[in-house]
Design a binder for this molecule. Sequence first.
Ligand SMILES: [Zn+2]
Length: 144
Amino acid sequence: MFEIVRQVLPDGGQHKGTSSCQAEKCKRATREGKPFCSGHIEQASYVASILDILEKRGVEEAILESGKGKVSGDGFFYKETLLLLRTKDFTAKALSRRLDISHKAADRLIRLLVADKLAVATATQRGDLILGGVGPQDLALDKD
Ligand SMILES: [Zn+2]
């Protein structure tokens, strides 16, 4: 078994599966030399950073849903939306699906971006908002 691990891993078996969890009062063995067992995986730095991002995203989503307050200019939704706008324009509906937020929250996000002059919005004949990036572009519209 150990020989197989040595052959598979390029570092010659540094990850021997003999580490124990670094969480306080936990002595469980970890798999493949990882610093934490599956019960304490949230203490690993990369998992903690993902959880942190998700928490901030949740706070911003609540702000957009309530319509009270303003999301941060360097927060999740501004960054994500401006990134999306580099490839195509979006209807509010498509944006809400893409960002997994309500139509109302997407609408609010669009208005904030437009107010900050980071994007432009036009309306279809039916009154749906279409969000586009600012600057020279000739992009396809995602009305999905
Ligand atoms: Zn543990």
